[in-house]
Each structure stands twice: as structure tokens, then as C-alpha cells.
Write a protein that binds this ligand. Structure first.
Ligand SMILES: Cc1ncc(COP(=O)(O)O)c(C=O)c1O
Length: 418
């Protein structure tokens, strides 16, 4: 259940104290304090992560798993400890957590390994109109290859999944349903438990793109009902180059490897190769060791603050932002109204001004936002716009950041003489 404003626990430290843990937030941009509102693209990193990375590279760096010297054993222990941290954060078994480069690679792993093995001509995969390209392209590729069909569940005008249409598409019997937990454009939080129940009743497996859910929502794989769940470290206050795929053990056991090479084999002879057990089977080559250590530190940092408290703080700020943004004339704001179904993402379009121009003028005010199609071109088409400007919040954002955004938007209107 999502926390409500009245029951959500408070953060254990003040926002000022939390902000002080992020050195980059002290930057000035064009003479203005930085208002970093591009967290949907990547989050800034707290000292806990910077220190863990520094410590790993200075004190423990070695390759993992194959060394019998002290540093290799230390690096292996740190790498596997990070897996344990991520697994416990997701309510999963360690063998069910595969480290990948990012959410994109995690989703490709499923499409290539599960999809190529199990899909046949005429089969169906069901995705939604609000998917990021990372949860579109791999399914497009595998359905093309297998002569299978890709179905698109529509969204409502206020940016929610159209559950009636979704249920109707399930009747076509897809083998896989792939849905984002939180839309990176609309901020919509999809009802994953319900989607899981419906998908399973229809005989489909559920893949959840958790790139935006990971930093915002408390995750328990069993409660959620996802068969696969992809997260990406850099949006969860961790480093780039590291993500994770949760997969139910029975499924991962049956799936062939994704990337062939060192570490993922049990035995190689000229005649035959057998695969390592989980999770090594899916981690061919030297893994991103330092990055995984940094990711583990980020997840510990998030868990120490508590996701219900992080979510509540962001929800409060989103409500404030939606209220204040309504003061700016001629803005079209996308996504559901403030509340439990909305994460801290606010996308908008200004009549007569391109999103890139808005973003550039906001930058002069020290406000970092994202402009473009946000890797969601099908959604842009559905919304009837080529691009949007997106402000996306993290736990360290304040009302002052939002006020700076609004001042910047009012300036955009002046510059364009609106
Ligand atoms: C909803 C969603 N899915 C997937 C991704 C891909 O994440 P990554 O580039 O870290 O793989 C993003 C990144 O913006 C996203 O917002």
C-alpha cells in the first residue's frame, strides 16, 4: 500500500541535513543556486556513496571470484555484500538478483534470454503507451524476430493506464506483460499488484520496469507479484554503470545465459559448455565491481532514510509544485492529479515555446530540468506534443527549488513576450 500524507513516517534528518550530504547541491549555476530537478534522468550522490566508491577504489580494488589473494577476497566480499543489500531491499533471494549495467540491460536480458527461448510465431507481448524505450525496443526486437505481436495498452486522458482496455488486451493471451512501475513522463504510479493479478490470471508473466519506481517506492517482490523487476543504480542515488534485475528463481533457472564469457560457465570443453549457477550464469565477464559497491551503499542510505518517508516528502513537494505551476498561464501539465497515484515527476508544455528553449532559460536561473521526448515517443504521440519539459524530484528537493522553477517559467513568458 502507498503511504498517505497522514500516516507516512517523517525523514530521520532535516532536509537541510540531507542536502548537506550532497556536495554537488552547493554548486552555483550562472550565479544562481542550483535547483536540481532532473532526478528522473539521474539522481545526485550522497557522501555515503562517494565515500564507499572512494574506499573501494583506494583500498580494495581487485577482480572478483577468481583470485585467492587478500584484495580479491575483499573485493568479492564487498561485491557480494552489495548483492545481499539489494536482494534484501527487494525482498528477494540473493540468487534472484542479477547485476546488470542499468535497467535497460536488465530488460534486454529478459527479452533476449526468456523471449528468444519461449516466444513463437503468433505469440503476443503486451506493453503500454507510457513505456520508456527501454521497455519497448527489446520487445519490439524480439517480437519482430519471432514473428510475434506487440500490443499496446492505452492510457486515459489524465495519464493513467486504461484498465478496461488493458483487461481486454489480456484476453488475447499475451505471454509477457511489461509495464513501468512509475511513468518517467507522467509520474503515474501503476497499480502493479492488481496488474500482476490480472496478468497471472491471464497466464502471462509480469515484467516491471522499476527504473523510476526504485528510487521512490518501497519494494517487496512477493507482495508486488512481479516475475521480473528491473532497477537502475544511478537513479537510486548510486553510480552509473550498475543496475539489477530481479527474476523469480524458477524462471531464471530455466533461462539460457544472456552474455557468454568468463565467470558464467561451470565447465568448458571442446565439445560442450555448461553454465554456472545463479546469479553467475547471467554475469559474464568482469562485473562492475566498484559500481556495485557504490550501489549497495546507495541502497543502504535509502533504507536508512526509509522509502515511505522519501515518498511522502516527494509527494508533498509534488502537490506544492502542481499548485504553483497552475499559477503559470498557458501551461499544459500532464499526468494524474496529485495524490497516491502520482510520483514526484511533473511534465508540462508551454503553448508556443519549445521545451528546449524553456530548459535553456531555466538553466540561466540555475534550474536543471529535462526537455525532449524522454525516450517515450509513443507517449508523446498520444499526448499530441513533440516534447515536454520535465521537473523531477528527489528527497533533497525543497519548496525553494520549486519557487526557482516557477520564477524561471515566468521569465520564459517574458522572454517570449507571451
Ligand atoms: C521508466 C524508465 N525506464 C527505463 C529507463 C532506463 O534507465 P537506464 O538508462 O538507467 O537503463 C529510464 C531512464 O530514464 C526510465 O525513466
Amino acid at each position: 500500500m502507498e503511504p498517505t500524507a497522514t500516516t507516512a513516517p517523517a525523514l530521520p534528518r532535516s532536509i537541510d541535513e540531507i542536502r548537506a550530504e550532497f556536495p554537488i547541491l552547493a554548486r552555483e549555476i550562472h550565479g544562481n543556486p542550483l535547483a536540481y530537478l532532473d532526478n528522473g534522468a539521474t539522481a545526485e550522490k550522497p557522501l555515503a556513496v562517494l565515500d564507499a566508491l572512494d574506499n573501494y577504489w583506494r583500498e580494495h580494488n581487485a577482480n572478483v571470484h577468481r583470485g585467492v589473494h587478500t584484495l580479491s577476497e575483499e573485493a568479492t566480499a564487498l561485491y557480494e555484500e552489495a548483492r545481499t543489500t539489494v536482494a534484501s531491499h527487494l525482498g528477494a533471494d540473493r540468487r534472484e538478483v542479477i547485476f546488470t549495467r542499468n535497467a535497460t540491460e536488465a530488460l534486454n536480458l529478459i527479452a533476449y534470454s526468456w523471449g528468444r527461448t519461449n516466444l513463437e510465431a503468433g505469440d503476443r507481448i503486451l506493453i503500454t503507451e507510457m513505456e520508456h524505450h527501454s521497455n519497448v525496443v527489446p520487445w519490439y526486437q524480439v517480437t519482430q524476430e519471432k514473428e510475434a505481436h506487440l500490443d499496446w495498452a492505452p492510457i486515459t486522458d489524465d495519464g493513467r493506464l486504461d484498465m478496461d482496455a488493458f483487461a481486454a488486451l489480456l484476453e488475447k493471451g499475451p505471454k509477457i506483460v511489461a509495464v513501468t512501475h512509475v511513468s518517467n513522463v507522467l509520474g503515474t504510479i501503476n497499480p502493479i499488484e492488481e496488474i500482476a493479478r490480472l496478468a497471472h490470471d491471464a497466464g502471462a508473466l509480469l515484467v516491471v520496469d522499476g527504473a523510476q519506481g526504485g528510487p521512490k517506492l518501497e519494494l517487496d517482490m512477493a507482495a508486488l507479484g512481479a516475475d521480473f523487476y528491473a532497477v537502475t543504480g544511478h537513479k537510486m542515488y548510486g553510480p552509473t554503470g550498475i543496475g539489477a534485475l530481479f527474476g523469480r528463481r524458477e524462471l531464471l533457472e530455466e533461462m539460457p545465459p544472456f552474455i557468454g564469457g568468463g565467470s558464467m560457465i561451470k565447465k568448458v570443453t571442446k565439445e560442450r559448455i555448461t553454465w554456472a549457477g545463479l546469479p553467475a550464469k547471467f554475469e559474464g565477464g568482469t562485473p562492475p565491481i566498484g559500481e556495485a559497491v557504490g550501489f549497495g551503499a546507495a541502497v543502504r542510505w535509502i533504507d536508512e532514510l526509509g522509502l515511505p518517508a522519501i515518498h511522502a516528502a516527494e509527494a508533498e513537494l509534488t502537490t506544492y509544485a502542481l499548485d504553483r505551476i497552475a499559477e503559470v498561464p498557458d501551461l499544459r501539465v500532464f499526468g494524474p492529479p496529485a495524490g497516491d497515484e502520482r510520483g514526484g515527476i511533473v511534465s508540462f508544455a508551454m503553448e508556443g515555446v519549445h521545451a528546449h528553449d524553456i530548459s535553456e532559460i531555466l538553466d540561466r536561473h540555475g534550474v536543471a530540468v529535462r526537455a525532449g521526448h524522454h525516450c517515450a515517443q509513443v507517449l508523446m504521440e498520444r499526448l499530441g506534443v513533440p516534447a515536454t519539459t520535465r521537473a523531477s524530484f528527489a528527497v533533497y528537493n525543497t519548496r525553494a527549488d520549486v519557487d526557482q522553477l516557477i520564477d524561471g517559467l515566468l521569465d520564459v513568458r517574458k522572454v517570449f513576450e507571451l
